[in-house]
Design a protein around this ligand. Structure first.
Ligand SMILES: Cc1cc2nc3c(=O)[nH]c(=O)nc-3n(C[C@H](O)[C@H](O)[C@H](O)COP(=O)(O)O)c2cc1C
Length: 341
């Protein structure tokens, strides 16, 4: 078993379990993945990338698979409807990857229309054969992220997990919604528990975990071996530290944005939000510069997310428009976060 997979855990009794940043297209770029690690995430996964495009050496797709020596483990996620292309892409990635993750959860029509992503939950034989082919072709662990089912037929994630265990997948993650639900409704953690109890592999629970209270509730309900956080981490990389502090797994005084302030406890909630986000923003820019450079589109998206909900956030777009260079835009956001209204 790879050191990066971790063991299956039993019922939760309060002890620390790994927290994962969910793969998110347009969010989990390399500097952001490195940042959330500094903010308490244990493991990150790239955004999904089209396996067929990777086999054709498409430059923009390979850009999404960029990593850096400081990213350990490196877990690229791929999707596709063609088992041959999926296996070839996995082989191309294997020399640099610690684990390869397969996407069976995406509900976007451009993905499901090629019988990829969550559409494969409706073709379980095809899904399982695809995973088996990939497991046999690469010498790194293969993991899979799925939904509960398509929503058109009875949920089949537990059955698929059992079959994936048999063909050699090493870790599974379940988002507690169906394809039909997309992001609507409430994630069904009790269905994740069913799979947790039926397989010997570690199962990671995903869906609607946004803070320490929901993290504890999900671990209690599911007994999952880890938790994956998606939307709760957009613009809020500190959500991982918040969960760990809230559950008593780490001490708040260890956090770098807290240590920077002599009187953190005396700051208002808004003051703390500005201070923690400024620390994160400056690190995001520093990590970008140290790895792939500042990528204008990525940075602007994060700038909107980082400042969302803060007083004065409406002027963030115009602050960026006033600057010509990406560095100038980054500095404008840093100044905004450094001077709370
Ligand atoms: C903007 C966005 C992009 C996403 N991109 C991916 C992706 O590339 N691969 C994937 O497996 N899931 C993707 N997802 C789904 C998330 O990984 C996660 O399963 C889902 O958001 C539910 O978790 P949450 O309730 O914590 O957000 C994406 C979700 C969002 C909101």
């Amino acid at each position: 078993m790879s050191e990066f997979i971790g063991p299956k855990r039993g019922p939760w009794d309060g002890e620390p379990r790994p927290l994962y940043l969910a793969p998110m297209s347009g969010v989990s770029d390399l500097p952001y993945r490195l940042l959330v690690k500094e903010c308490g995430a244990d493991t990150t996964i790239t955004e999904f990338t089209n396996s067929t495009a990777l086999t054709r050496e498409a430059a923009t797709s390979w850009r999404r698979m960029e990593t850096h020596e400081s990213e350990v483990p490196f877990i690229p996620q791929i999707f596709g409807g063609d088992p041959g292309d999926m296996a070839t892409a996995a082989e191309m990635l294997a020399p640099s990857a610690d684990i390869i993750d397969l996407n069976f959860g995406c509900p976007a029509p451009k993905v499901t229309s090629i019988c990829a992503g969550a559409a494969l939950m409706g073709e379980p034989d095809r899904l399982v054969n695809m995973v088996e082919t990939i497991v046999n072709r690469v010498d790194v662990p293969v993991t899979a992220k799925m939904r509960l089912g398509t929503g058109k037929a009875p949920n089949n994630s537990t059955e698929i997990c059992e079959r994936l265990e048999e063909v050699g997948a090493q870790r599974l993650c379940i988002h507690g919604r169906t394809l039909r639900q997309r992001y609507a409704g409430v994630a069904d953690w009790s269905s994740i528990k069913e799979a947790v109890e039926r397989v010997e592999l570690p199962v990671v629970a995903n869906g609607d975990i946004t803070d320490a209270v929901s993290a504890a509730a999900c671990l209690e309900t599911t007994g999952a071996s880890g938790l994956m956080i998606g939307r709760g981490a957009i613009g809020r990389p500190t959500v991982f530290a918040d969960i760990k502090v809230g559950l008593g797994w780490i001490d708040q005084q260890e956090l770098p944005w807290v240590r920077q302030h002599e009187n953190w406890e005396n700051l208002s909630e808004t003051g703390q939000a500005f201070a923690s986000r400024k620390w994160c923003w400056d690190r995001y820019i520093a990590l970008s510069e140290a790895t792939v450079g500042i990528h204008g589109k990525w940075m602007q998206r994060h700038a909107i997310a980082f400042t969302k909900g803060l007083p004065g956030a409406k002027k963030v777009r115009s602050l960026m428009h006033q600057e010509q260079s990406d560095r100038g835009k980054a500095e404008a956001i840093s100044r905004f976060l450094g001077r709370p209204a």
